[in-house]
Design a protein around this ligand. Sequence first.
Ligand code: SF4
Ligand code: SF4
Ligand SMILES: [Zn+2]
Length: 464
Amino acid sequence: MNNNGFSHIERVQSVCPQCLEKIPADIIVKDEKVFISKACSQHGEYLILIEEDAGYYLSRNNYDKPPTESKIQTKVDKGCPFDCGLCPAHKQHTCIALIEVTKKCNLNCPVCYASAGEGDHLDMATIDKMMDFYQEAENGKAEIVQLSGGEPTLHPQIVEIIKLARKKKFKYVMLNTNGLRIADDIEFVKQLSEFIGGFEVYFQFDGFERTTQSFFRGKDVLDKKLKAISNMVEHKIPVTIVSTVERGVNDDQLGKIVQFALDTPFVRGVNFQPVTYFGRGGLGDMRSRVTITDILGRIEKQTASTIRKSDFIPLPCNVDKIAVNYMYRDKHGFTPVARNIKIKNFLPSIKNSLAFDVEDILKQTADGLYDGGFCGCLSFLKDFIAINKISCDLKDKDKRIDYVNQNTFRITVTCFMDAYNFDCKSVKKECVHVITPDLKRIPFSTYNMFYREQYAKEPADSAK
Ligand code: SF4
Ligand code: SF4
Ligand SMILES: [Zn+2]
């Protein structure tokens, strides 16, 4: 520890938030908090909070798994982050691929990373090529495709696009939407319900205060959001609630959002995302910006410890930036998997994938038991096997899907990076990638920092 009370953890490569030049940075700990400290010769010094809890930060690597191989598209030339991608230096395959099917949007959110509004739709031939490219890059095993935008439901062929994604055999298709069309167009909701099973709506919902809606979305859309949820519930469409979290705006509503999600049938989980400062996003206080462990602590407090910080583990495929709590329903309600099992013992059998959902864990855990390779928490494993058995015994596909949708739940916290908290080491493990029309895979964070503008200028059919 030096005289200022800082402990130095490591040196990384970052960028200057103003000129985006690559500069070295130090990861330091003070008062149990982790900061990134850097200086640009032109634009001065920066001290930015990256984690509230140094203990969590320092132990994350215990969960780290070796990366999954996938194909590369670019060469190492200018160095990370200017060679995306994926270039040979990237250390994780694609867990989720985003295809931004339109630049149009029916909202004008002040925090929009895509700065969406007016713009073109992608044509079907280009989308088809992008999906094939994703499958090929993942050696035919691509798991999750997320249809995004802009607002993807404004694409006149969105239903055909979902059908196309199903035809291309992705394990999950997600529709990343603000929900306005789902609130207003019940025929569309019925069409979506045809896709149940490997289909999920990734639904933007930031909280229950009207002021929260106005802050994030530019106007009060609370009633529309609630209507959208009730339309999806009515049609049994699985939903993940996605909430952007900003300090002093909705960080007091996290427990309420979790409870609402747990209480609402067919809501399969919540994903919290600390606000990132790119696109139209404004700038908060960098010494107190929202972090993963800040969110975990608030969830514990705001649920009166029903859900604890210790129920979350770093996601094995990207331990730096994603924390996850998988839950299953037992006679007490939803129970976090990590509360009763040392997940670390099962790491070798867990895939490097965001799709490693509870169903997969249950199945693999039971398989581990049958092989004699289990951790010894017998009474607990009986629960697992009971669930697993029911889930596997249901031969009827619809019943099985319904079972999983109603009995499993996940809370994830996903932290993307902006030019303030960016570091090359963490971005190399980012597993959420944007597929571009000219057939590249670009990590979501670097795409928004360095590449989006370039693609905004190009015509939608630039793949041709
Ligand atoms: S972020 Fe990944 S793909 Fe992009 S330059 Fe760095 S290592 Fe390569
Ligand atoms: S954040 Fe989403 S809903 Fe809001 S303007 Fe951007 S694309 Fe549209
Ligand atoms: Zn600079």
